[in-house]
Design a protein around this ligand. Structure first.
Ligand SMILES: [Fe+2]
Length: 413
């Protein structure tokens, strides 16, 4: 809670300051006094404002990016890139303390060789980064190679470059460091650089804490939701692990379709949860082996809406709830619950629809045996443009063919 509050306050302050500065900046644009414009002092001041403004925007954006539910690893890279851009540096790293190994390891880097990234492990108190981490204080060294206590900790090339190491702290406890190298020609960081880097370090730490919290909440929900998915599988008529199989396939198919990473996760959850609404359907209808009456069928048809109602209140599953709601829609508009057509149906729902159908065809059902691979492929092809999105079918069959070839190659070995 505290972390959210702190982050909120910092963000609000940054926004207010950035707004103020951008107003000043706009005033400057309208105010054209040739005499004053020529004054070198004023020019300098405005140049400083320019610099200040862009630095503040960088820090502000970092908070915004962090608030956007990014993964920890991506966030570290963004934070580092921002820090390097801020001081025009082509080289830097973020190191995080590994509690088990009791070492600092590089988790994001710029301009550092892969070998150095993989082999650099620094103990608390060692080198500049290890000392900054241990003391919880920023350390700036103009020429580390002149300082014997730091020798040997940073790789040869970097030794004589000005170097700054800023601890990343939450509640006064360091969890890592932000390291920036400057080009040799620049002998020092300016006061502004130092201040901004320090603020950026603080913002990085706070935002990361938010992301961690968010990820743990997400994991908690996911576990809960997986439990629910297992309950549906147990209740539904066919196969014990339908949901988890559908989940794996959906991820592979979403990758095959080059979807962005966040969308892949949504599709993954949607595949896992698409039939969650069956929880609300009478088991006697779900398990009925024979033909369903019209009333029974319309009961079953409620499951996407029930699923949507279960998932919609969970904030981070909102896009998933949409995909679940429309997973029984047909590409030609003949599906339910709303009769959406083609591109009106969320892409994730179209993926889940194809995967669900495939899994149903390939499983034994109470009233028939599983279909062979060949027949299932034909059925899916026949369904393109009608029940399924042809693009999805094409990608699915491409993926299925690849896997089939791999499996047959493996079984021959
Ligand atoms: Fe369904």
């Amino acid at each position: 809670m505290m972390v959210y509050l702190l982050s909120g306050v910092i963000l609000a302050l940054m926004t207010a300051l950035a707004l103020l500065l951008s107003r000043l900046y706009a005033m400057k644009l309208h105010y054209k006094d040739p005499k004053k414009d020529k004054s070198p002092d004023l020019k300098k001041t405005w140049a400083k404002f320019d610099e200040l403004l862009s630095s503040l925007m960088v820090i502000h954006n970092l908070g915004v990016v962090g608030a956007g539910k990014t993964k920890q690893s991506e966030f570290f890279q963004t934070a580092l890139d921002n820090a390097c851009d801020l001081v025009n540096s082509s080289r830097g790293s973020i190191m995080v303390y590994d509690e088990q190994a009791r070492e600092l390891k590089i988790t994001a880097s710029r301009g550092i060789s892969r070998e150095v990234v993989e082999t650099t492990h620094i103990k608390t108190g060692e080198g500049i980064a290890g000392r900054a981490f241990e003391k919880g204080e920023t350390i700036f060294v103009t020429d580390p190679s002149m300082n014997p206590q730091y020798k040997g900790f940073m790789g040869y090339q970097e030794q004589s470059e000005p170097f700054i190491s800023i601890p990343l702290k939450v509640k006064e406890k360091s969890f890592g460091v932000l390291n920036i190298h400057l080009a040799k020609e620049r002998s020092s960081f300016s006061d502004y650089d130092l201040k901004f880097l320090t603020i950026l370090g603080g913002e990085t730490a706070v935002t990361l804490e938010n992301i961690k919290l968010y990820e743990s909440i997400e994991n908690f929900y996911l576990e809960m939701v997986q439990t629910l998915a297992r309950i549906i599988d147990a209740k539904d008529s066919y196969t014990g692990d339908h949901a988890s199989r559908a989940r794996e396939r959906a991820v592979r198919l979403a990758k095959e379709l080059n979807m962005p990473e966040q969308m892949i996760r949504y599709v993954e959850y949607a595949a896992l949860l698409h039939d969650i609404g069956k929880i609300g359907i009478d088991a006697r209808i779900l398990l009925k082996p024979g033909k369903l009456t019209n009333e029974e069928y319309s009961e079953i048809k409620k499951h996407p809406v029930i699923g949507y109602q279960i998932l919609a209140p969970i904030d981070f599953l909102a896009p998933v709830a949409q995909m679940v709601l429309y997973h029984q829609e047909w590409y030609n508009g003949m599906g339910y619950p709303e009769g959406l057509k083609g591109e009106e149906i969320p892409f994730g729902s179209r993926i889940v629809a194809a995967i669900d159908a495939w899994d149903a065809m390939r499983s034994d059902r109470p009233y028939r045996k599983a279909l062979s691979r060949e027949i299932a492929v034909e059925e899916l092809k026949k369904g393109a443009e009608k029940q399924f999105d042809p693009k999805v079918v094409e990608a699915f069959l491409r993926m299925e063919e690849k896997e089939f070839q791999e499996e047959s190659a493996n079984s021959k070995k």
